[in-house]
Design a protein around this ligand. Structure first.
Ligand code: SF4
Length: 359
């Protein structure tokens, strides 16, 4: 029927859009045009720029909803409930559909990706005539066989993250982890009800990098959490120096309505102190990111093209996610197209981006 839209329009003049079969993106596009999605920074997994329909060459793949953790600054469990995971076969079927539609990069998202399947006791489901468990590692392994770049977002810093690094080292999934560490001071982490003592996390990061030396880590942090002292904050800066996180975002603590962190009886950090700490954090991290990026100079790296304008283009390496990380500015003798994956010789780097030539 989608091939003869006039017939539908005549019968139902209020229909907003008509598409052909399996044109999922056109359907979503029409829905978003009719009712643009509002961005809620406290709830949304996709960054504000990413709420628009993503280009065809990358797609977000949501594997579960809700969260079993109870971080004190967060209202997601209260609003979205406990973890509900999708069966593995369901997720894999969607991934396969996306691959067939031309998607080259999958961004695996959920509120807590590493907890995938806990709620359904890792229940197996049938995928390509065999059983696949609803388990973080098993799912990543299967996704890694589909010929797309697979990028893991929102991984809780739990011990079994280490299971993924051999898949990264073997080139099955991207050597990239988006892990919101939030802080490094044991006291602040305790007040946040986050796991992992800062020291232990450093050991884990070392272990991951031993298995996968080119692993890129993105993280987010909160400064000015109630009760955060200058000593706690200094500990965070020292931890950043040790951890050498490739990309980091930093938020100033905001008392979100309904969050338990408001009722812990801890002293609020004055606004100007939060502000100053945020600047100190950003300065420190900028240096670290610039040093990490400079190591890429001279290398030949695969780059996925996000925007092409004739012989110049903007793309990303495996170490950068769309919308949130940096870009590679590419010059090329031949015209490039969006979605191409090309080898680029990196000529130089600044604090955020790389610059290179397609070879
Ligand atoms: S893990 Fe994430 S979603 Fe879950 S409670 Fe903590 S911050 Fe909220």
């Amino acid at each position: 029927m989608g091939a003869e839209p006039e017939q539908i329009e005549q019968a139902y003049p209020n229909v907003l859009s008509i598409t052909g079969p399996q044109q999922y993106e056109s359907v979503l596009d029409a829905v978003h045009r009719a009712k643009p999605p509002l961005h809620n920074p406290h709830l949304d997994l996709i960054p504000p720029q990413g709420v628009k329909l993503t280009p065809r060459h990358y797609a977000y793949l949501k594997i579960s909803e809700g969260c079993n953790n109870r971080c004190t600054f967060c209202i997601i469990p209260a609003l979205r409930g406990d973890l509900v995971s999708r069966p593995a076969a369901d997720v894999l079927r969607e991934a396969e559909r996306l691959a067939k539609a031309g998607v080259k990069e999958l961004l695996v998202i959920s509120q807590d990706t590493s907890a995938y399947g806990i709620d359904i006791k890792y229940q197996p489901s049938i995928w390509q005539e065999r059983e696949v468990r609803a388990k973080f590692y098993d799912l990543a392994k299967e996704l890694g066989e589909m010929g797309m770049w697979v990028r893991m977002h929102y991984v809780y810093p739990s011990p079994h993250v280490a299971d993924l690094t051999p898949l990264m080292a073997a080139g099955k999934i991207l050597p990239y982890l988006d892990i919101p560490f939030q802080h490094a001071s044991p006291q602040v982490l305790k007040n946040m009800r986050r796991p992992a003592h800062g020291e232990k996390t450093l050991d884990r990061i070392r272990g991951w990098r031993e298995t996968c030396p080119d692993l890129a880590i993105r993280s987010t942090f909160i400064v000015g959490f109630p009760g955060e002292t200058e000593e706690d904050f200094q500990m965070l800066l020292d931890w950043l120096d040790e951890a050498k996180i490739d990309r980091a975002g930093c938020f100033k603590y905001e008392p979100v309505k309904g969050a338990r962190s408001n009722d812990l009886g801890l002293e609020q950090v004055p606004q100007e102190v939060k502000e100053a700490r945020w600047h100190r954090f950003m300065q420190r991290q900028q240096k670290i990111s610039a040093t990490q990026l400079a190591k890429k100079t001279g290398k030949r790296l695969p780059v996925i093209i996000d925007e092409a304008h004739g012989n110049s283009a903007k793309g990303r390496t495996k170490y950068d996610a769309p919308e949130i990380d940096g870009a590679v500015h590419v010059q090329s003798r031949r015209p490039l197209r969006t979605g191409d994956i090309v080898t680029v010789k990196i000529d130089r780097a600044d604090a955020y981006d790389l610059y290179g030539t397609a070879v």
